[in-house]
Design a protein around this ligand. Sequence first.
Ligand code: SIN
Length: 274
Amino acid sequence: MKVSKLTGSIGAEILDIDISKDLSDSVITDIRETLLAHKVIFFREQDLTPEQQISFTKRFGEISTSPVYKTLKEYPQIMPVVKEVTDTDIIGDTWHTDETFQQTPPMGSLLYAREIPSVGGDTLWANLGLAFERLSDGMKEKLLTMKAIHSNDFLTANAKRRNSTRSTKLREDAPVMQSLHPVVRTHDETQEKILFVNQPFTFAFEGMTREESLPLLTYLYQMSAKPEMTCRFKWRKGSLAFWDNRCTLHYACNDYRGERREMHRITVEGTKPQ
Ligand code: SIN
């Protein structure tokens, strides 16, 4: 398997592989190790049916379905991420980690490009292991003792309004969900320490008000999305990104007004952050 790094800090393309095929266990192990090493991996020129994307995803764990977004009727495992030509808004245009309001947020997400705009619509990822590593020893020590409440209120409280300008639809009956997670989680496979807060879903530190929490949270968000900790991926039709949701943020660029973009996202079940 040929691997080509995208930047010095995160992301790699895996070349010369057809993931629609029934791959051997040893190839799947290599892909998993590449994901652990680079945190987000990319495959180009893949021609996948929904069934093939589902089968490939299942090689990495059980599929988890989104509790907040609508999924495809025929394939409830797949969440369509769509911007129609008349839409003004999209999902994902803040730095975030998927669904951290869940007790067990997804371990990973696989996003497959079915239709992309002529230009724009890139996605960026940030390395949250590096974000923690670059903090001072004093800040690290403090954060290691802290927990934070994560909530989906940001989405569910505004579902109707958000649904009026976007084609990726929230379920308007989605339950309010809250979870308490360590501010620094230990990656369950690599044991790396990860700064585990994100702007839309981290509500406040445990035992503190949101107002008290925001200055430090805002500083941590700034530190975790510095350009030198990120990569930016230019999609082509048939590209697939697989990110480790335990140790990354991502950001979708809404810079393609009047053009259509259609992606299929599947998430893999995770464990309780420790
Ligand atoms: C997401 O946040 O999962 C969507 C990313 C994208 O559309 O590029």
